[in-house]
Design a protein around this ligand. Sequence first.
Ligand code: FES
Ligand code: FES
Length: 160
Amino acid sequence: MAKIRVETTINGEETEFLCNGQESLLEVLRDGIGMTGTKEGCTTGDCGACSVVVDGRLVPSCLVLAAEAQGRNVETIEGVADGQKLTPIQQQFLEHGALQCGICTPGFIVAAEKLLEKNPDPTEAEARYFLAGNLCRCTGYDKIIKAVLDAAAVMREERA
Ligand code: FES
Ligand code: FES
């Protein structure tokens, strides 16, 4: 089958790849480009482990065709930190011990970054609702939500 050539931007860098028409963005990110930070959980859009941002919108990359990335801006977990400097959300995940196996963590962080971009001062209920599409089978959700709310407070303080 003829391959499709896709030109896209990933974490600010112009990128080209070849894919077939059935391949998901998740498959190309992990297996084609070697960006394995985005995790594969269910591949059916139910767990959020594969969350990325495409043109500003949080999406499960297992449900996006790789060919749909043509001409778009894709942001993955690899682009979240500023070099070695962790974001407040990443730092708070560490400080709260909000991970165990880590499979869900990149998806949670990508989603939480988007939450705090849209709503810098979420209530606990708002944070839980926004992150309801991300599942964790290890930690439960309390530490994750506390990490996100504390990161929001740190970010508000930094901006003040
Ligand atoms: S792997 Fe995409 S939502 Fe679960
Ligand atoms: S830390 Fe294992 S699924 Fe969340």
